[in-house]
Design a binder for this molecule. Structure first.
Ligand SMILES: Nc1ncnc2c1ncn2[C@@H]1O[C@H](COP(=O)(O)OP(=O)(O)OP(=O)(O)O)[C@@H](O)[C@H]1O
Ligand SMILES: [Mg+2]
Length: 570
């Protein structure tokens, strides 16, 4: 069975491949209801953990702490990131794997996919267009470990474009030469992508987004507005338990989702939060006005993309993502883009359907994805007196199709050192002189023995890197490859001495401290019986550091296990 899985911040949506159709999969909840999504919730109490609909049922139960959005934390996570949830220190990769296992069990046992035929599940997975390599790696690895056969990763807006083009097939002949802009405002992220639609192949021209903006922000705005109207002071707000925040935000989400273009008033029932509070009635226009700056920031991203690519006009702005269902979103977009705005008939499921279409080799659609970051490494120049950035795969490089050979980029040189110490990074932008600027992610270093006497040393970390003329006669070749999912590897060979090593590239030992308490508090709402703000999930930097120190001894083995075929000595 083939499926497309849109692993959203607030909802996981799955579409199946069924003889040319791509139906959404419905799940049976713990209470026996039927829903066409699966909540990416994690519930923790002591050593016990529950996921998905089971975790949903535990919301508000005494002693349970709920993490609502693992995906929001993935952006800043590395494979060793540890989260503190309900007093437990848990690795993010373990939580993600268990969440995927739970999804797989649900698909096999309590969904419209079950009925004995689910068996092996081949999945095409979505990731935000601006997901970095860590997020891509963690998502793929968790799905594989959970028993899915991963067909590949596709950027979420690319998947929505596939869905658009599939339904739009009949109109294809009438299509002009213009581009399609996919506007995807989800629960926690906003992505915009400029796409060239071809007869049987679509190419992503450019993509951008706001990784921290989504429909959940509107819930927060509505909550703050309700509290202000009711006269709740900021000191009182600071004293809210996690459970109270959670209930308030759920109330706001439900009311927000019930709004339609004719709604004038919205009533928030604060009694759900505290028994002695009551309902407040708000004018929706006031709520919409407060949402406006966020919606306009998405419009700016769209305009910026259009301005950067004046080569062709944008014919259609295809609006998807549950967050776009808020009435002022389409209205504000229409102010600027007029009749080019087209709301998807499947706001919340276009991505999953597109992923399923992509999973279906029969569908005849090919989509070229592109490398979303600049990837390269620092090189010494000027006899070691300075360093410069060697750009290996520039942002915008078109990725190969799933069955095509990987992209290759080769560097050859004669070394000046005994050991090569390679420091990689990826960045969103490059300055005019080629320097990485903006948001930069450092990747793990690798070391390669230029000196053949060192070729069998398992760990070169404690071998001092020294300049030597002794290696000058060797020809070194670095071959970088990038597959259809954007995964990178390098094979470094000493061609003269006849040995090589292959490394998969990434940031396996990401800095745990990056998921800060503040961010976790703002972005991941936890609930538990009387759980205090301090008990909400935080990446506990000190604990993570201690763990990292304790893991130093095992690190090389671990790293080898992670890095495919590494080191392979020919
Ligand atoms: N009818 C509606 N009106 C307004 N907002 C809605 C409506 N239905 C869903 N939403 C909001 O859409 C958001 C979820 O959208 P979606 O399912 O596209 O996100 P996601 O895929 O989980 O997240 P992301 O794409 O950011 O990772 C939530 O904030 C939800 O409250
Ligand atoms: Mg989404």
């Amino acid at each position: 069975m083939k499926v497309g899985i849109d692993f959203g911040t607030t909802r996981v949506v799955v579409a199946a491949v069924d003889r040319g159709n791509y139906p959404l999969v419905s799940f049976e909840t713990a209470e026996g209801n039927v829903r066409d999504w699966f909540p990416p919730l994690v519930a923790v109490q002591g050593e016990q953990r529950a996921y998905g609909w089971e975790a949903w049922q535990l919301q508000g139960q005494p002693g349970w702490t709920i993490l609502r959005s693992l995906k929001r934390l993935l952006r800043d996570a590395g494979p060793e990131t540890v989260l503190e949830i309900g007093g437990q220190f848990l690795e993010i990769r373990q939580l993600l794997r268990e969440l995927m296992e739970s999804l797989r069990d649900q698909l096999c046992q309590h969904s419209t996919l079950s009925g004995g035929k689910a068996g092996a599940i081949e999945a095409m997975l979505g990731v935000p267009a601006n997901a970095n390599s860590n997020q891509r790696f963690l998502t793929t690895e968790a799905a594989r470990d959970a028993g899915f056969e991963v067909l590949g990763l596709l950027n979420e807006p690319s998947a929505a474009a596939v869905e658009f083009a599939h339904r739009d097939r009949e109109d294809a002949k009438k299509r002009s030469d213009g581009w399609l802009m996919v506007y995807d405002l989800g629960g926690g992220t906003f992505d915009a992508s400029l796409i060239e639609l071809g007869d049987d192949m679509h190419s992503i021209v450019a993509s951008d987004g706001i990784p921290t903006l989504g429909g959940d922000d509107f819930d927060e705005i509505l909550a703050e507005l309700a509290l202000t109207t009711f006269g709740v002071s900021s000191t009182e707000r600071d004293g809210f338990s996690a459970a109270e925040w959670f209930t308030l935000l759920e109330e706001c989400r439900e009311k927000k989702e019930a709004l339609n273009p004719n709604t004038r008033k919205v009533t928030i029932d604060l009694e759900r939060v505290r028994a002695d509070w009551r309902e407040v009635s708000l004018a929706v226009n006031e709520f919409y006005e407060q949402c406006r700056p966020r919606i306009e920031s998405t419009r700016e991203v769209v305009n910026q993309l259009i301005a950067e690519h004046p080569e062709r006009p944008v014919d259609t702005l295809y609006v998807t993502g549950g967050g776009s269902e808020l009435p002022p979103v389409a209205r504000i977009l229409r102010e600027e883009f007029g009749r080019r705005v087209r709301r998807s008939a499947y706001m919340r499921s276009a991505t999953a359907i597109g992923l399923a279409i992509r999973a279906d080799a029969q569908s005849g659609f090919v989509l070229r994805d592109q490398f979303m970051r600049n990837f390269g490494l620092w090189r010494e120049t000027d006899a070691g007196r300075s360093v410069s950035f060697d750009l290996i795969f520039p942002r915008g490089t078109i990725l190969p199709g799933p069955k095509e050979p990987p992209l290759e980029s080769v560097r050859s040189y004669r070394p000046a050192h005994n050991v090569g110490h390679f420091r990689y990074l990826e960045c969103a932008k490059l300055a005019e002189d080629g320097r990485p600027v903006g948001e930069i992610s450092d990747w793990d270093d690798i070391r390669f023995p230029f000196d053949p006497f060192l070729q069998h040393r398992a760990d070169l970390a404690d071998v001092p890197v020294i300049r030597t003329s002794g290696t000058k006669s060797f020809e070194i070749e670095e071959t970088y490859t990038c597959d259809s999912s954007g995964n990178l590897a390098v094979s470094i060979a000493n061609k003269s001495a006849g040995y090589e090593k292959v490394f998969r590239l990434g940031r396996w030992f990401g800095k745990q401290g990056k998921v800060t308490a503040r961010r976790a508090r703002a972005r991941s709402r936890a609930v538990g019986d009387g759980a205090s703000a301090q008990e909400r999930p935080v990446a506990h930097a000190a604990v993570a550091r201690r763990r990292a120190q304790a893991a130093v001894a095992q690190r090389n083995d671990h790293r080898r296990a992670l890095a495919a075929g590494m080191p392979r000595v020919a």
